[in-house]
Design a protein around this ligand. Structure first.
Ligand code: BMX
Ligand code: ZN
Length: 712
């Protein structure tokens, strides 16, 4: 078998069907619909068509009655739990269904508005190759409805339940109501004479086919399909991901529906679903696939990040498993998401808008997310910097060319004392220089990113905490320069991470931001008005040593209750050991790490979850103070603790937002870095290159040429 074929003439060339969730009593507007009808350029002008097909869905009526039927997915939320058709306590009746007919087909109804929108957009784009397809939802006939109303002159009030009758007349009444609805759709449609629309078919809103001692949707659907087909229309279905739906899909076209689109449900559930599996099932059964995306403005950072990763999967998998061009697709988009993506300040959301458009167009190309750091093709003979990143746990070395490409990488554990560390740093620099020589690169300098208070002018570490043992009064520049003839710059690792974000990362065009590097310790770097804040001695942004507890334990910086003692990698382990008795057994083992605490939280360990929430909150308290002082537009978080998960980061975010001064907090973006473990190396390299780096920051504005002016 193959996917449900796109572009079939008998489906009026259906390729991409977008689900438009509407609200009873709130008519669709042209302003809302235009985002689905047309692709808009950066000035908001339509320059191409977007979706070709539109499915209107309402889940409720004005009366509060349900249009939708739902399933109880059971405790596992995996779609495989104890499921039963939820009998709505608010079943809809004939008045509700008439309201829906008006909503769709009345004057100023959804279809009129869509028709007008398509008409207006074609003024800018030119007329579409074929009419836009419309699919309308059939309301679910709930078996809790004993008095639906009369649909003919007989005055016979339809009863959908088995109260006072057997299952067969109950099913028959449900079929009669649906048939009446269908006929009303067709009658009103033919009166309206929309110019730009084609009525493609009807949609069955229940996402499985249900049968029990009191419901028989199997019989109902088989009969209903005949009615729908007799009007020249198609019957469509979008089942959720579950093995019993896979079985139904196997022969769906023989019995119930003309076209089905399988939901991967990969965006919504923690585990168990894969797009690969869903696309294989869809392909085997002749079904299409449902793309699933949404854009929620009030989403916590941890969910947002996960959503970005997962939605990228849907787009990429469309190319990989062939459904972008080889299948008709449905597109779930929550409500208003495409519009929000188009208007979003975050380039990641904005890019999704363009990517969805390219996907619908069939021209999307696979992208990795998070995007790899900016790279270009390595040109032999380019200039390079040797970069060192010295943290509490690892000593890393990278050779970076002047486009920001990391050409060589090596890493060892941070040695246990000053002399050994210095020795390793010098040895790593020499390794990097040898690599340059062997590869025809011209080394322009060495950049060192290190924890501790760094005298930037002298290239010395003045002081440090015990995270790097004995790391005080270290003349790093002298030690490196005495062995080789090359210039060396040394800076604090928090500063270097901030530089990396500004040159290569999330803060590319951002002038005011705070960068927080979560590792063994907590490093920070602050940009104010486009410049890295250095202070009197270059000792700024020691975010880790802001006290959040006046009675807290002593920190090796001399202060008490520093946030680093709670919320950093080393702090989490310390805190677990000292104050969380239930974790202390584990903590007593030498091996406990922040990563393990994160893993325990993910597997549901309540103590670990509690610890992470409290730690995130402590970091939030510290950072809220910085937000009040510097009024940044972004906080970007990097470092090895990024995988800690929602308990930590959601607590962090909500604390920052609730404790920082309101207008500042409201306008603040909080982002995860996508530079992975390369932030320190890239920042050290960018610092070494200074203005000679071809990174995005360094591109100077070019004065427009006057007539007659030449290149030299
Ligand atoms: C400590 C401090 C900071 C550093 C931060 C992150 C030292 C040695 N380090 O707060 O200067 O920025 O840790 O360090 O004083 P990392 O080890 O987590 O990279
Ligand atoms: Zn401290």
């Amino acid at each position: 078998m193959s996917y449900l074929k796109p572009d079939q003439p008998e489906y009026n060339h259906l390729r991409h069907l977008v689900l438009l969730y509407g609200a009873a009593g709130r008519p669709w507007t042209k302003e809302e619909l235009k985002y689905y009808v047309a692709h808009l350029d950066s000035d908001g002008r339509p320059d191409d068509w977007f979706y070709d097909s539109f499915l209107f869905i309402n889940t409720k009526f004005k009366s509060g009655a349900d249009c939708v039927a739902d399933v109880n997915l059971g405790k596992s939320m995996s779609g495989e739990g104890d499921f039963f058709a939820m009998c709505s306590p608010n079943p809809s009746d004939k008045d509700d269904w008439e309201e829906l007919l008006d909503f769709y087909l009345g004057k100023g109804g959804a279809l009129q508005t869509l028709d007008d929108t398509v008409g207006e957009m074609s003024a800018g784009i030119g007329s579409a190759v074929c009419k836009r397809n419309v699919v309308l939802t059939l309301p679910y006939p709930h078996i809790t409805q004993e008095a639906f109303g009369a649909i003919d002159g007989s005055g016979h009030n339809l009863n959908f339940s088995i109260k006072g009758q057997s299952l067969s007349p109950a099913t028959d009444s449900r079929l009669k109501a649906e048939t009446w609805f269908m006929e009303e759709v067709v009658r009103r449609w033919s009166e309206r004479r929309y110019k730009n629309l084609n009525l493609l078919g009807m949609y069955w809103i229940f996402e499985t086919v249900y049968r029990s001692w009191e419901v028989d949707d199997h019989i109902l659907l088989k009969e209903l399909r005949k009615v729908i087909n007799s009007k020249g229309l198609k019957f469509l279905w979008i089942p959720f991901y579950a093995t019993y739906n896979f079985h139904l899909l196997e022969s769906y076209q023989d019995y119930y529906f003309d076209a089905a689109f399988l939901q991967p449900n990969f965006l919504f559930y923690k585990e168990g679903k894969t797009i690969e599996m869903a696309s294989a099932v869809a392909k085997k059964c002749g079904a299409g696939l449902e793309m699933e995306y949404y854009m929620d403005l009030n989403e916590p950072i941890s969910i947002k990040n996960e959503r970005h990763i997962r939605f990228r999967e849907y787009l990429n998998a469309g190319v990989k498993y062939g459904y972008m061009n080889g299948s008709a697709c449905a597109h779930f988009q929550g409500a208003g998401s495409l519009e929000r993506m188009y208007n979003h300040k975050d380039p990641v959301e904005r890019e999704f808008y363009e990517d969805i458009y390219h996907f619908v167009n069939g021209t999307y190309q696979v992208k990795t997310y998070p995007p790899p750091p900016p790279r270009c093709i390595f040109v032999p003979g380019s200039r390079a910097a040797v970069a060192i990143d010295l943290g509490g746990t690892n000593l890393r070395m990278g050779v970076v060319d002047n486009s920001g490409k990391v050409l060589h990488w090596s890493q060892v554990e941070t040695p246990p004392d000053k002399q050994l560390i210095l020795h390793s740093v010098v040895a790593k620099v020499q390794e990097g220089l040898r690599f340059c020589k062997a590869n025809g690169l011209t080394p322009v300098g060495v950049g060192v990113s290190t924890g501790g208070r760094v005298d930037f002018e002298k290239g010395e570490v003045v002081d440090s905490t015990s995270l790097i043992p004995g790391w005080k009064n270290v003349e790093i520049r002298n030690a490196i320069e005495s062995g080789v003839d090359i210039s060396v710059v040394v800076d604090n690792d928090g500063n270097c991470s901030a530089v990396a974000e500004r040159v290569f990362g999330k803060a590319k065009c951002v002038d005011n931001f705070i960068s927080i590097a979560l590792g063994t310790g907590i490093g920070g770097g602050i940009y104010v008005d486009g410049k890295l804040l250095r202070g009197q001695n270059n000792f700024t942004a020691e975010i880790g040593h802001v006290s959040v507890n006046s009675d807290g334990p002593l920190c090796s910086c001399g202060n008490r209750g520093c946030v680093e003692l709670y919320a950093s990698g080393s702090g989490l382990v310390r805190w677990a050991r000292d104050e969380f008795p239930l974790l202390s057994d584990l903590a007593a083992r030498d091996s406990l790490s922040a990563k393990e605490i994160g893993d325990m939280a993910r597997s549901g360990d309540r103590v670990a979850i509690d610890l992470l929430k409290k730690a995130g909150e402590k970091l939030g308290i510290a950072v809220a103070g910085f937000v009040n002082i510097f009024n940044p537009s972004m906080i970007v978080i990097s470092g090895s603790l990024l995988g800690l998960g929602a308990p930590y980061f959601d607590a962090f975010e909500s604390t920052v937002r609730s404790r920082a001064i309101k207008p500042t907090a409201d306008a603040l973006r909080i982002e995860f870095s996508d530079l992975r473990n390369e932030a320190g190396i890239l920042g050290a390299a960018a610092t070494a290159f200074g203005d000679s780096m071809a990174g995005p920051l360094r591109v100077k504005a070019v004065k427009p040429k006057q007539d007659g002016e030449t290149d030299d």
